[in-house]
Unconditional design. Structure first.
Length: 211
């Protein structure tokens, strides 16, 4: 970069007079001072982690919880007051949901593939339904849970007419975050297995924030 009020020494106009108070810069050595692309500064994993953290912070604005240790009982609490009628949400809660596969449940119908077999999106919905059932009767009327993360391995195909059973078991309670182990089985064995995370929220406030 040239000095103030001078032209860079190797510039064609070197030696030419320059008005006082101005500054000419050699384009060949100018450095871009704007913010460089995010992916050039940070590992993509760090970007994803930050995005996930931001999403979780957004959920923190929706509802507050009250946790009593060491039992780790969760009581939904809003406006600074808790509700004594709440039933404890604790590890071990479980529920099962049965489904006899129909044409509407297939990958071809759901457009997640072109085979007439139980579609993965339907498997995900089924284990989510089981996780919701596991919490039935455990939350205040104005409190609900929403899906946050699903990790699932779909292992074998299931044709139309076959019945499967989805099971969800609450494995861990961390504040408002509920972690489930989930599985789907049929007469042939394990169809799918994985983990699912739900978060407790105030239903009305959650909906309002989306509008």
């Amino acid at each position: 970069m040239g000095e103030a009020c001078r032209v860079a020494p190797h510039h064609p106009d070197a030696g030419a007079a320059v008005e006082a108070g101005c500054q000419l810069l050699d384009a060949a050595v100018i450095e871009v001072t704007g913010r460089e692309p995010l992916v050039l500064r940070e590992h993509l994993g760090e970007v994803a982690a930050r995005a996930q953290s931001d999403a979780e912070d957004a959920l923190d604005d929706v509802v507050f919880d009250h946790v009593r240790l060491p039992e780790r009982k969760v009581f939904a609490c809003f406006g600074g007051s808790s509700y004594g009628t709440a039933v404890a949400v604790k590890p071990g809660l479980t529920a099962t949901i049965d489904l006899t596969v129909e044409e509407v449940d297939t990958a071809a119908s759901l457009r997640s593939g072109d085979v007439p077999m139980l579609g993965t999106p339907r498997v995900v919905a089924l284990v989510e339904e089981a996780s919701v059932a596991a919490l039935a009767g455990r939350l205040e009327p104005h409190v609900t849970s929403v899906g946050m993360r699903v990790q699932l391995d779909h292992l074998i195909p299931v044709p139309v007419g076959v019945t499967v059973r989805a099971e969800a078991t609450l494995e861990r309670v961390e504040g408002r975050r509920l972690s489930f182990t989930v599985s789907v089985n049929n007469e042939r064995g394990l169809v799918a297995a994985g983990k699912l995370t739900r978060v407790l929220v105030n239903r009305e406030r959650f909906i309002e924030r989306a509008l």
